[in-house]
Design a protein around this ligand. Structure first.
Ligand code: NAP
Ligand code: MG
Length: 403
């Protein structure tokens, strides 16, 4: 069989620890034997970020803007321990944060569903995708403690020196105070990323805030979404047969729990942080969550939602075999290849990626899975296998799907 050709390179962002090991295995076992893989390679491993003074992260994000599609391996976000472990020049920032800031993107997280791993919420038969706004609110807050007798005010000074002053609270007893902000431009980007992604996935979009209580702040989010929807997306949604639905966050939570899934739920920064952990846990496993960063101008960066699986990596370094789940990383690759195929009009590449996903799901549904899933699966007959055996089992099924 001739290898599938690619027109435009993928931006490949390599990473750290166990996921770096899995990365190479996935390419060697499941991709390069079938695809004449074209990538522009950026090594975002911590050592190389340090050696390049983190330039490599910025370069990889700019390349993503240029080519339109990237696939990223999990990377270490350095803390004090990592600075010692890798003798870093400094505590480099989170690569995901850097890339997100350059692409101005929104992160969409979707669980991979397989038979045998049942969600804790039995009626969730289709995936729920959470879109989290990644700017502002409590993540960029200013806060302080307030002594008794103090008065807290909100002061906004205009460019012309004019002042608006609002009393927050007269503190008769000690307390706390916090200032939050967001920016119309960022909210609009978030809205467009969500509307575009809903069209891309052909799924309904839900959005929720607490606008009944927060009549200016949260209401602004609601208004911006509605204005952009009406002006730019209403017709396309109608044509696609999908809907945009706004509701209060409390109502959304109740509806989500009762739903069967199959839609995108857009959340403000804090709601998205909390709700994505809830949804991931309820669907069964963090190792089965995929994640894609979508910019408002239609640039896509695919990755797994989990980290570098450090504990497994130390076992691997001691020469022990590990059973690390490679599904989310594999689906990052298939997601990116599918998107590349779609943008380049190379249906062979898209079809191959779909078959690879199908082979991976079939492998688990036929009872071959890594240890983390074996402990959750309700299949009567199951085999807990190591990472490499799992990928080779996928390959067996891929071969028969391709022939
Ligand atoms: P983690 O890598 O997500 O792993 C936490 C635990 O979850 C693991 O020890 C393992 O549990 C389980 N797990 C996660 N993924 C798994 C998989 N694919 N297969 C099997 N089990 C899996 O989080 P962490 O250990 O807190 O973080 C390690 C490093 O990752 C940190 O340096 C952090 O900065 C980085 N990180 C990067 C990203 C990213 O690049 N997107 C995201 C999060 C964290 P058991 O040990 O019980 O088997
Ligand atoms: Mg969280």
């Amino acid at each position: 069989m001739d290898k599938i050709k690619m027109k435009t390179p993928l931006v490949e962002m390599d990473g750290d620890e166990m996921t770096r090991v899995i990365w190479k295995m996935i390419k060697d076992i499941l991709i390069t034997p079938y695809v004449d893989l074209k990538t522009e390679y950026y090594d975002l491993g911590l050592k190389n970020r340090d050696e390049t003074d983190d330039r490599v992260t910025f370069d990889s994000a700019r390349a993503t803007k240029k080519y339109g599609v990237a696939v990223k391996c999990a990377t270490i976000t350095p803390n004090a321990e990592r600075v010692k472990e890798y003798r870093l020049k400094q505590m480099w920032k989170s690569p995901n944060g850097t890339i997100r800031a350059i692409l101005d993107g929104t992160v969409f997280r979707t669980p991979i569903l397989v038979k045998g791993i049942s969600p804790y919420i039995a009626n969730w038969t289709k995936p729920i995708t959470i879109a989290r706004h990644a700017y502002g609110d409590v993540y960029r807050n200013v806060e302080t403690t307030v002594p008794a007798g103090a008065k807290a005010e909100l002061v906004v000074t205009g460019a012309d020196g004019s002042e608006e002053r609002l009393l927050i609270h007269d503190f008769e007893t000690p307390g706390i105070v916090q200032g939050l902000h967001n920016i119309d431009k960022s909210i609009a980007s978030f809205a467009r990323a969500c509307f575009n992604y809903a069209l891309d996935q052909n799924q309904d979009l839900w959005f929720s805030t607490k606008d009944t209580i927060s009549k200016k702040y949260d209401h602004r989010f609601k208004d911006i979404f509605q204005e952009i929807f009406t002006a730019e997306y209403r017709d396309a949604f109608e044509k696609a047969g999908i809907t945009y639905f706004y509701t209060l966050i409390d109502d959304a939570v109740a509806r989500v729990v009762r739903s069967s899934g199959g839609y995108i739920w857009a959340c403000k920064n804090y709601d998205g942080d909390v709700m994505s952990d809830m949804v991931a846990t309820a669907f069964g496993s963090l190792a089965m969550m995929t994640s894609v960063l979508v910019s408002p101008d239609g640039v896509y960066e695919y990755e797994a939602a989990h980290g570098t699986v450090q504990r497994h990596y130390y076992k691997y370094l001691r020469g022990e075999t590990t059973s690390t789940n490679s599904m989310a990383t594999l689906f990052a690759w298939t997601g990116a290849l599918k998107k590349r195929g779609e943008l380049d009009h190379t249906p062979e590449l898209t079809k191959f990626s779909e078959k690879l996903e199908q082979a991976a799901l079939q492998t688990i549904e036929e009872g071959f899975m890594t240890g983390d899933l074996a402990s959750l699966s309700t299949l009567p007959e199951k085999h807990s296998v190591d990472t490499e055996t799992f990928l080779k089992e996928i390959d067996k099924r891929l071969v028969s799907l391709l022939s």
